[in-house]
Design a protein around this ligand. Structure first.
Ligand code: ADE
Ligand code: ZN
Length: 339
């Protein structure tokens, strides 16, 4: 058992098929266009985003979002995850007819409930949607800056990376950074290394969502390592979306070997038939990571988390005391089998 932390998961994309079906029954909505059996149905990035958007329209009240955040964080707790940062999207709430204040309060309530049940610490990272354009992303940043919430500690951008340039969004990111929010941006998932380079230049994030296609340019990999830009890697998502053919082709181990700080994340778990535990399991089986290396990945995530220093210290202490307990267990297991 390795303690885990997650920095990159979209809360709307974390809704299980079962929960979405429950909400659909409540609101009398037919989901056969995007759910078949126990699976979300999509065939490429655009149809994935469409299914994700339709599912998010079934979360219409603060309580719906409290259910979702609680359900997801309890699931993470069962996977030995001690820290969760989820991406939120006030645009999705507004489209579903929910005021952003109720949206955030609902999510926070769900996180507090999960924390009371399992101890899992949670934070929210507000995002704008790139395909909605610079004005929409600026409006999302402005709302969060003008309506601060103690659990909203970061700002980022998701959506279709093939549309617009990062520099188009500089005003939104400057506003968020000046307000003290941590900065992350999706880049180098659907588009190549140039997308990562221009996001770094224009938006100065401390973390990049995905970023894996930086591997296409050795100078950029060197820069990421030197500047300690943390990549929120989501290998299962990349395979499901066809960014790489299989785990053997995934650059996670090569980036790590080059000194780039990498973390493991599930992105939109039920859409990609994954979860955080599976991402760590893949790192063990396909990338050859042992428990010590996986624990170091968790430490990288905690060091890059958008949290206050006291909480970071206490999470890191929890991680290192767990490692000590495991080492002692190993010694006793060894002496039991040899004695
Ligand atoms: N929104 C939800 N999942 C996403 C992904 N994998 N890439 C970009 N935007 C997203
Ligand atoms: Zn993502």
């Amino acid at each position: 058992m390795v303690l885990k932390a997650e920095l990159h998961c979209h809360i709307e994309g974390a809704a299980s098929v079962r929960l979405v079906q429950r909400k659909a029954a409540r609101y009398g909505v037919d989901v056969s266009g995007f759910i078949r059996g126990d699976k979300f149905v999509w065939h490429d990035f655009t149809s994935f985003l469409d299914a994700y958007d339709q599912s998010s329209m079934l979360f219409r009240t603060a309580e719906d979002y409290a259910d979702l955040a609680e359900d997801y964080l309890l699931a993470l707790g069962r996977q030995d995850c001690i820290y969760s940062e989820v991406f939120i999207s006030t645009d999705h709430a507004i489209t579903a007819g929910l005021h952003p204040r109720a949206y955030i309060e609902g999510l926070a309530e769900g996180m507090y409930r999960a924390k009371a049940a399992t101890g899992i610490e949670g934070r929210l990272v507000a995002t704008g949607l790139r395909h909605k354009g610079p004005d929409a992303v600026l409006a999302a940043a402005r709302y969060i800056v003008e309506n601060p919430h103690p659990l909203v500690t970061g700002f980022g951008m998701a959506g279709d990376e093939r549309i617009h340039r990062p520099s188009d969004f500089a005003a939104a990111f400057n506003l968020a950074r000046d307000a003290g929010l941590g900065i992350t941006v999706h880049a180098g998932e659907l588009s190549g290394w140039e997308s990562v380079a221009s996001a770094l230049d224009a938006l100065a994030p401390s973390r990049i969502g995905h970023g894996v296609r930086a591997i296409e340019n050795p100078d950029l990999v060197k820069k990421l390592a030197e500047e300690e830009i943390v990549l929120e890697c989501c290998p299962g998502s990349n395979i499901a979306l066809g960014v790489y053919a299989d785990f053997a082709a995934h650059p996670f181990p090569a980036l790590a070997r080059a000194g780039v700080p990498v973390t493991l994340n599930s992105d939109d778990p039920p859409y990609f038939h994954t979860n955080l535990a599976r991402e760590y399991a893949v790192a063990a089986t396909d990338f050859g990571y042992d428990e010590e290396e996986l624990t170091a990945v968790t430490a990288t995530a905690l060091n890059a988390a958008f949290i206050d220093e006291e909480t970071r210290r206490s999470l890191l202490e929890r991680l290192s005391s767990d490692k000590t307990v495991r080492a002692v267990d190993d010694i006793f297991a060894g002496s039991a089998s040899s004695g």
